[in-house]
Write a protein that binds this ligand. Sequence first.
Ligand code: CMC
Length: 389
Amino acid sequence: TGRVGLDIGFVNTASCESAITFIDGDEGILRYRGYPIDQLAEKSTFLETSYLLIYGELPTKEQLEEFTDNVTRHTMLHEEMKRFFAGFPREAHPMAVLSSGVSALSTFYQDSLDPFDEEQVHISTIRLLAKLPTIASYAHKTAIGQPMLYPDNDLGYVENFLRMTFGVPAEKYEVDPVVAKALDRLFILHADHEQNCSTSTVRLVGSSQANMFASISAGVNALFGPLHGGANQAVLEMLEDIQAEGTDPKKYMEKVKNKEDGVKLMGFGHRVYKNYDPRAAIVKKDVRAVLETMNKPDPLLDLAMGLEDIALKDDYFVERKLYPNVDFYTGLIYKAMGFPTEMFTVLFAIGRLPGWIAQWREMINDPKTKIGRPRQVYTGETERAYPSK
Ligand code: CMC
């Protein structure tokens, strides 16, 4: 009632109070529960960071062991669920398979759907963390026509995911520790980012008291889009196109600046960061070293760095404060690890999952939460009479 404010895209409107992630976009600062992202990337592990985001404090050694053990024991999918994968077209995008798989969890686990039952929320939390990598790897295996592998409880979280994705039953899969460490670190960098599009979606769906699987499946779909998580795939495709067509990078940048055919420099710009994205800074530092250690040099890295150099000196980008975001360099690492381009956004989803869970739980436990129900400014016809016939 009364006048409503118009804020398209929620540029100035906070939808909630949150104590999980702090961002200062002008300074390029990102902290989870107060801990700077660079320190977590350096010293923590993905499961420890997940615990921190979800429960608010770093775990003790015993708490982390228990948490890890719990997650490890829930990595298998219900056998019946495998039939889903066979039903999708082979060429389906794995993000679509992933969101369907997460949604399907609420059909298999009807014992953990009550958002106000602490024990049920606990078990859904563990099930999601445990099963998302399994669903993701099965989406990939189905796409390439290889058998799905059961999880191996002797392996760590990331190692198990790598084996399920790249292993085959006929051979023992040797996890490359360099790859596992690099992927774990990338997951930490993606683990939360306050009220971004997918997280806001998770909260909005959850605010109707829909269960956690339903809410997070909606989040996966929001992440799919190229302006959000889908940007990591779009960046690599952009670099490959420029290379394949032999386009001069300067010419490509002219196209971007002239907004020709709506072309953007994918992996650049951010709603909140008006300075270098601190996650991108860490990935940029890592990318060359990781490619060198893996002995997988990639000319696309030089192309990407060349595009960044042009952008950072160009008025168009400087005036608009456009810097590389987290998606600009990650794809080059994923590619070197052997992931097909379509899987890049799936990797983002695995990384972002603890953030979605933490935010959903904070929302459901906050007595101030109300169902999300934005208003509108109506621009249609005023009242008119239905014509007499
Ligand atoms: N290339 C060229 N111009 C751009 C870009 C870009 N990547 N990003 C923004 N601009 C321009 C935009 O055209 C606008 O220009 P003008 O003032 O002349 O109209 C100005 O910069 C402001 O941009 P905006 O679109 O109003 O900003 P926004 O906050 O609504 O959008 C964004 C943020 C991330 C969607 C946008 O920067 C973008 O589309 N970037 C490319 C996609 C991308 O990399 N997304 C990943 C985001 S970070 C991690 C994640 O969420 O996955």
